[in-house]
Design a protein around this ligand. Structure first.
Ligand code: ASP
Length: 460
């Protein structure tokens, strides 16, 4: 007989036996903390012996302490099979050709019920098996480049991705989709914007905030939107495609250099900062919101520049930062530092000698603002002027993460700091803009009559 108590031991096992409940039972639990209904999930051998794990109808898993259980009753049984079959994609020659490159993240994940952790498990082929609508949009071929959560992405992976993208473009694809973890998607989007120069086709990064075994998953819709954008959009840039509103009405396409993950759990987490999103996308079409973008071309003349100097750091200034933060970077051979400064781009006075020492040692120092909205202005206050005189270069309205990636890319190409400066301050795909949309930063914070109306209506 197969083990119906998968992984349960000690008191937890005794409780299951006592009430005749098995793993995958749909059970009603009466506890001293209230009543719960859900599916009993398997336990990992490393977990404690004092809890049962229950998957609620919302998709969330909760632990129930066995000493709180008064009664349990089985009202059903639902063994889950999470393996999604790989499917061969149907080909229709009249449809555009899209390549899906998988790197990992939640979009390629499911819950591992043995360990309780979210693990990368879907191959891109399985992704198609789960989202058959993709066949209505394009001819899709898939390749799994990595299977990592996005905190593990870095220069090595950026370079490999850029090279793979170049190869696919030369082969003639009409668009590229990159499946990626959301946490650092904006870093990779910036890296690819720089490493893939003048792409003739859309390059669309996509992820999901909730894994596809949860009812509220955004994985399928994001993938449909991203594939639509890659197959049909006229915008040949590196973009991030994720939920626009909190509901599933439409997705937004954000420019790879102006986008940022802004909420730890909302599906509508990606926001364009300092600008408006490039376009809206639904199941049928892409509607551009900005006019000035690089349009799709028929040629295959892409340039891949997979350069990156790894000894670059980003320093998020906080009051009372000590100079040894900068000294230690210099002493450890860092070639570039991007500071996210306060206000218009400031740090405290005790850092000045360390900054001077760094620039004299040939370290490239750039200033960005931690306010995210707005420009660095280092000529307004004495402190800013002092820093410029010590060699810190204002990076206009580049987002801190974008400036960090661009500095790594620039220093990966040349050691000549004047050339690095020229690269850094030459706008690429709106990483630096002439200005911001009027009142853009007030969106959803009040200060604009329509929004105040909205706020009054919904938040009395
Ligand atoms: N931790 C995950 C990642 O960035 C989150 C996600 O994919 O949304 O890989």
């Amino acid at each position: 007989m197969s083990d119906v108590f998968k992984g349960y031991k000690g008191n937890a096992l005794a409780a299951l036996k006592k009430f005749k409940i098995r793993v995958w039972s749909e059970a009603h639990l009466d506890t001293t903390r209230g009543e719960f209904k859900g599916i009993i999930l398997p336990r990992s051998e490393h977990d404690d012996h004092e809890h049962l794990v229950l998957k609620l109808a919302t998709g969330y898993n909760i632990g129930v302490a066995v000493d709180t259980i008064i009664d349990m009753k089985e009202y059903g049984y639902k063994e889950a099979h999470y393996k999604i079959p790989e499917k061969e994609f149907p080909t229709s020659p009249e449809k555009p050709y899209v390549k899906l490159l998988g790197t990992g993240g939640t979009i390629a994940s499911r819950l591992d019920y043995r360990t309780g952790a979210v693990i990368p498990a879907f191959s891109p082929g399985e992704l198609y098996g789960a989202v058959p609508e993709l066949a209505d949009i394009c001819n899709l071929s898939t390749e799994k480049l990595f299977g990592v959560f996005s905190e593990n992405m870095g220069p090595e992976q950026y370079k490999a991705l850029a090279v793979a993208i170049g190869r696919e473009i030369e082969k003639g694809v009409d668009g590229i989709v990159i499946g990626h973890g959301t946490d650092t998607m904006h870093h990779t989007a910036a890296a690819l914007t720089y490493m893939v120069q003048d792409s003739p086709v859309p390059i669309v990064m996509v992820g999901s905030q909730r894994s596809s075994d949860r009812p509220s998953s955004d994985a399928a819709l994001n993938l449909i939107h991203a594939t639509t954008a890659a197959a049909t959009s006229d915008i040949a840039e590196v973009m991030v495609c994720m939920f626009g509103p909190t509901s599933d009405e439409y997705g937004l396409l954000h420019q790879g250099t102006r986008v940022r993950k802004m909420h730890s759990s909302y599906r509508s987490t990606f926001r364009t900062i300092g600008d408006i999103p490039l376009a809206m996308v639904d199941r049928e079409k892409v509607t551009p919101l900005k006019k000035n973008y690089n349009p799709r071309r028929k040629d295959r003349n892409v340039r891949i520049a997979p350069n990156f100097e790894e000894r670059v750091a980003m320093l998020y200034y906080y009051p009372n930062m000590h100079p040894d933060m900068i000294d230690s970077l210099v002493d450890n051979g860092y070639k570039g530092i991007v500071i996210a400064g306060t206000g218009l781009g400031h740090v405290n006075k005790p850092l000045y000698p360390a900054i001077e020492r760094a620039t004299k040692a040939g370290v490239a120092l750039y200033m960005t603002v931690q306010t995210l909205w707005g420009f660095v202005h280092m000529f307004v206050y004495e402190t800013g002027r002092d820093m410029v005189s010590k060699g810190v270069i204002p990076a206009d309205n580049m987002l801190p993460e974008v400036a960090y990636i661009k500095l790594g890319w620039a220093l990966g190409q040349t050691k000549d700091l004047e050339k690095v400066k020229e690269i850094m301050l030459t706008p690429i795909c709106s990483d630096i803009t002439g200005g911001e949309p009027y009142n853009g930063y007030l969106i959803f914070q009040g200060g604009i009559p329509e929004i105040e109306e909205f706020l009054k209506k919904f938040h009395k």
